[in-house]
Ligand binder design. Structure first.
Ligand SMILES: Cc1ncc(COP(=O)(O)O)c(C=O)c1O
Length: 391
């Protein structure tokens, strides 16, 4: 065979690190703190809502292209209730197969070959692949762990310097995976001013919007001048602990939404009929649900952070998400990849090296990410095991 089978645009993207590390966890029986999925399911009444929809024949055949009206109305009401945003359920909401499809559709729709996409590095792994599929060029702006509390921070001067005449859009993620950075209102205001000044679109991935432990989640779409140029992406996976249902959504100005829908219709066309009805009910849960989720994960964050610090890691405290990025140099290690490959044998825990989320692997070489969306007993067992590393 002459030409390799894989489209050259995808040549640099092999198997994801999650597949490799999850296989390692299975082979060794290690505790998997690598991949970000909860080990308990979301609310029972929402599971029952999905069962009811299945039984009553709601969504068992192709649902409408933009999503079922009940879910579009619920997304619109959610944006109003939490952020005071006015989103038209008929023209400004699109339901997708998780945030992953929303990211793909947005980038395929908005990025043309030769366009540059400025994204915050380390980035969620699908961003780079989707920019490549669209024929765009990614331009990373690296978040660094030099915030006042030891957390990661965006350097706004670096962001400004990364924008050129070829820049089409800024790809944001707040709260940010894997660093746990939550962009502040002041930072987002500066980003918004830059977008307006340079006439850029903004695609913002806000799947961890309800997992903010310090500060507040500010949708950039709510800032002056941003409604018409922002594509906001979110998903039910993290907020309701049903990552397998893959119900996500896009909200945007009708013109942008129509563009994203043009790409989406040829990816999945539609998805997850009965689950859409269930997530419509989930979005209407009372405030106590959202508060309890956050407080539960805050306690888990604190538990894992303390355990990692005891074990000798440098911990960069996350303000949001369910991940903690650490540095392993304090343990006498240099390379996060080698460290993660040896960790299951050494102490029965799986983590992922942040280098896989970087264009410049040097920038994240010694950083390693742990997920804390697990049962308390599992986190306690993991921290006990990790203490074996303590010098
Ligand atoms: C930043 C970010 N965006 C998107 C996703 C994927 O969301 P979904 O499962 O809804 O496709 C994840 C999942 O880990 C994520 O961390």
């Amino acid at each position: 065979m002459g030409r390799p089978p894989l489209n050259p645009r995808l040549a640099e993207f092999g198997t994801t690190i999650f597949a490799e590390m999850s296989a390692l966890a299975q082979r060794t029986g290690a505790i998997n703190l690598g991949q970000g999925f909860p080990d308990t399911d979301g609310p029972e009444e929402i599971r029952e809502a999905a069962v009811r929809a299945l039984r009553e024949g709601r969504g068992n055949q192709y649902p409408p292209g933009p999503g079922v009206p009940e879910l579009r109305a619920a997304v619109s009401e959610h944006q109003r209730r939490f952020y005071g945003l006015d989103v038209d359920p008929d023209t400004e909401v699109l339901v997708t197969a998780g945030a992953t499809e929303a990211i793909a559709a947005a980038l395929l729709a908005l990025v043309a070959p030769g366009d540059e996409v400025v994204a915050l590095e380390p980035y969620y792994d699908s961003y780079a692949a989707c920019v490549a599929l669209a024929g765009g060029t990614r331009v990373p702006v690296t978040l660094r762990p030099d915030g006042p509390d030891g957390g990661f921070r965006l350097d706004l001067d670096e962001l400004r310097a990364a924008v050129t005449d070829r820049t089409r859009l800024l790809l944001l993620n707040t709260p940010h995976n894997p660093t746990g950075t939550v962009l502040t209102r002041a930072e987002l205001t500066a980003v918004a001013e830059l977008a307006c000044e340079r006439d850029l679109l903004v695609v913002t991935d806000e799947v961890y919007e309800h997992l903010v432990f310090e500060g507040e989640h500010v949708p950039i779409a709510s800032l002056p001048g941003m409604h018409d140029r922002t594509v906001t992406i979110s998903s039910s996976g993290k907020t309701f602990s049903f990552t397998g249902w893959k119900v996500g959504w896009v909200t945007a100005h009708p013109e942008l939404l129509t563009a994203v829908r043009s790409a989406k219709q040829y990816l999945t066309f539609v998805s997850a009929g009965p689950f859409q009805y269930a997530i419509a009910e989930a979005l209407a849960l009372p405030d106590t649900y959202f508060t309890a989720l956050r407080e539960d994960l805050r306690a888990k964050r604190d538990l894992l952070a303390a355990g990692l610090a005891d074990a000798g890691f440098t911990v960069h405290p996350p303000r949001g998400t369910y991940f903690i990025t650490t540095d392993v140099r304090a343990l006498g290690e240099r390379d996060g990849f080698a460290f993660c490959r040896s960790l299951p044998e050494r102490c029965g825990v799986v983590a992922v090296p942040n280098a896989v989320f970087h264009d410049d692997p040097e920038a994240g070489r010694s950083q390693v990410r742990f997920a804390f969306c697990k049962r308390e007993a599992v986190l306690r067992e993991a921290t006990d095991r990790l203490r074996a590393l303590a010098p």
